[in-house]
Ligand binder design. Structure first.
Ligand SMILES: Nc1nc2c(ncn2[C@@H]2O[C@H](COP(=O)(O)OP(=O)(O)OP(=O)(O)O)[C@@H](O)[C@H]2O)c(=O)[nH]1
Ligand SMILES: [Mg+2]
Length: 326
């Protein structure tokens, strides 16, 4: 059964309430975008058509990635409220891809920070999604949910653990990526490991209330020079403590400036990567080959299908026909 009202005037009313960022309406629409059943594609297309008649202001997507437990959620809880207080026109939706919730429904890493948006503050919305993998890759529906939220909010923040595939995904989703790190025990090599240091546009060294923070800051600075010879100017390193509040006003200001000056990707620019990911998840290597050889690649297939949802339906039909033909 469809999760949407069948009558057009009822859908229009639901969409209007979501535009006002009424939490119940936003949550109901999110259900449609998280629904992986094939029939949901038509519902998504209806919602997007209703929204795109009268597009709102551009939305900047910020990626906040980083090592597990580095303080991403604690920082966001403070930053979002401070930013909303500073700018009355701002609205923010946070999508946290949660590495632990699908395993135990509870705590993987000790006392996890959970952000709750005050119920009466319509300018702040929070959604937690179970991760696809234990290591915190983006959930397949993160992109789908962002398609909706970027049409309702001025800024969408995606919080992920920065490991493996999620780094590449967050790069394709976000217009600007922050990497949150915590002070090391003194092993410089760790900052250089795993390649994560090459992706972000800016760095946040959190937990600066800890004693090793000062030496870690200098190690990070040194590592960046080595790992990122491509930077004309060294990237920003913000030093913060979500515990004491040190550095939070400066980071809030930098975030507001980034939202004001970043030219966001268009919806269409985000689609090819996530169509490829979907094809790979559903059909594996064979699917990838079909997308390229039979359909001319993701951008061509998207352009020829009339939108992401239609492209998924058309791909499904096309590969099934090819397989049946042997
Ligand atoms: N000392 C200190 N502890 C902090 C700071 N920020 C967060 N913490 C603590 O670090 C732990 C993890 O914080 P979270 O905000 O949940 O970190 P996270 O990066 O969102 O964690 P995951 O989403 O599980 O990867 C919690 O116990 C926090 O209280 C800080 O600035 N200083
Ligand atoms: Mg978190």
């Amino acid at each position: 059964m469809s999760a949407l009202p069948a009558a057009d005037h009822e859908l229009a009313d639901l969409v209007a309430r979501a535009r006002e960022r009424e939490k119940a309406a936003v949550s109901r629409l999110i259900g449609v975008f998280e629904d992986s059943r094939p029939a949901a594609a038509d519902d998504r297309a209806r919602v997007l058509a209703a929204l795109d008649v009268d597009p709102g202001p551009e939305c900047v997507v910020l990626g906040v990635t980083g090592t597990p437990g580095s303080g991403k959620s604690s920082l966001l809880a403070r930053l979002t409220l401070d930013a909303l207080a500073a700018d009355p026109d701002l609205s923010i939706a946070v999508v946290a891809v949660d590495p632990s919730s699908h395993i135990s429904g509870g705590s993987l890493l000790g006392d996890r920070t959970r952000m709750r948006a005050p119920l009466d503050e319509r300018r702040l919305y929070f959604r937690s999604q179970a991760s696809a993998t234990e290591l915190g890759g983006l959930s397949p529906s993160t992109f789908q949910v962002c398609r909706l939220l970027t049409r309702l909010f001025r800024c969408v923040v995606v919080e992920t653990v920065g490991i493996g595939q999620s780094e590449a995904d967050v790069r394709h989703l976000a217009d600007r990526v922050y990497l949150v790190l915590q002070p090391l025990g003194g092993d410089e090599v760790q900052f250089l490991k795993a390649g994560i240091i090459e992706v972000p546009d800016a760095f946040i060294l959190n937990k600066c209330d800890e004693p090793s923070a000062e030496s870690s800051y200098h190690q990070l600075k040194g590592s960046l020079g080595l790992a990122r010879p491509f930077d004309a100017d060294p990237p920003e390193i913000h030093r913060t403590s979500a515990r004491t509040g040190a550095g939070i006003p400066e980071l809030t200001e930098a975030m507001l400036a980034a939202i004001a000056t970043t030219r966001p990707r268009t919806h269409a620019e985000r689609e090819p990567h996530f169509l490829e990911r979907w094809v790979e998840d559903e059909w594996g290597r064979q699917g990838r080959r079909h997308l390229v050889d039979a359909l001319g690649g993701a951008p061509a297939h998207l352009a020829g299908s009339g939108g992401f949802d239609a492209a998924q339906v058309a791909f499904d039909r096309s590969i099934r026909a090819a397989l049946a033909a042997g």
